[in-house]
Design a protein around this ligand. Sequence first.
Ligand code: MN
Length: 495
Amino acid sequence: MFKTDSEIWLLTGAQTLYGEEALRQVDSHSQVVADGFNACGRIPCKIVYSGTVKSTEEIERKFREANDSDKCVGVILWMHTFSPAKMWIRGLKLLKKPILHLHTQFYKEIPWSEIDMDFMNLNQSAHGDREFGHIMTRLNKPRKVVVGHWDDADVQDRVAAWSRVCVAWREMNTLRIIRFGDQMNDVAVTDGDKVEAENVFGFRVEYCPVGELVDAVSKVGVADVDALVAEYEKEYDFDEECRQPGHARDQVKEAARIEIALRAVLEKWNAKAFTTSFDDLYGLNQLPGLASQRLMADGYGFGAEGDWKTAALVRTMKVAAHGLPGGSSFLEDYVYHFKGKGASLQAHMLEVCPTIASAKPRMEVHPLGIGGKADPARLVFTAAEGPGVAATIVDLGRRFRMIVNEVDCVKPEAPLPKLPVARAFWKPRPDLKTSAAAWILAGGTHHTSFSFALTREHLEDFAEIAQIEVVFIDANTNISDFRKELRYNDLYYSR
Ligand code: MN
């Protein structure tokens, strides 16, 4: 589910003015920086030092190679000496990979008693990178700028966050999303322009007739179902009803049958994200709730009621978060708690990812109430506590906007003995009233892609790479300024 062969290329800028010996040192310093990044253990892909460039032609050649490389997901650029920036114009205009401008220097501190003009000329990124930054701004190139000594943990963390997003961006660019059924009728915010989405994000949104899934379900063998139910029993607590022979147990078996079939169909279509619709289950015994939960836990993107944008974002965020502590899930704002600074109960009909659970999930079977199908199996749990980000991408007609709210998941104030679904309970920053007003003014969805593992930095890097608008609702948000930001953004994006 997660590729591991990604590379980030480090390219160093210099010029021939200071002689061969200076270039040899630039070269060896760059290799040390790449080795340091690889040894730090925080950066999820290999940093490949791909050379020192000194001319327009060299830069163009390197960037063409980066564009053509399947492994290269981004480039880090650093001007060790002064690198006259006109030589970057031709290459930058054709470079298609995400850019991180690393504003560092090889030595952390000034060697007071040793420093001479040779040292000054060799270590002049302080102005070399400014010359380079100018041309990037003039060409309007999206990029992340990271400043500091390359061996500092803080700098490596900034590079690591961006690297994760580069890997996730490549995944999004090649993602295939399968919809079983269409959007829920009449719902606006989960729909959008799939053609423009493919243009901006690269992912393909296709549909698979529910009949194909129904057909696959009918072909699943009894032994496979029994083996999967045995796996469930190892992994989760079971309601007594689900353990004993009878209706509930049969529904768990049916859910297992659907999971096996759904996995097979997704693999056949080479899809890493999918949507379902409770309204469109013709021939299926139950809404694939348990299957959606377990597939999300394995890294699949998911959106309910045909919400393909959320399915894409859940998958992308899961790839970005891969290997980090804390899970990510599809969620929905359900019910508010207007007490103190306010809080929001997050859940869905069934489909919440068990990677965000605070404890072992519990297998239960209950009626659903909508969709007119049999009682679906589901994993019930409460999400862990801690900070996280809730994000969405909406289609405003002329552009996509990402909205991000920083939230703090807390323990519900009391047990929820009658609530038969997985849930999270969070306090949105800065408070519920401001957060909900800002989210609504920005046109945000009721569905979100939530992550304990990612931070606003990842999502800001994502929006920069995707070149889409992003607005943050955080501890500093106030509605007057937020409203102005939305209006300024409207002007910026109507250019
Ligand atoms: Mn929903």
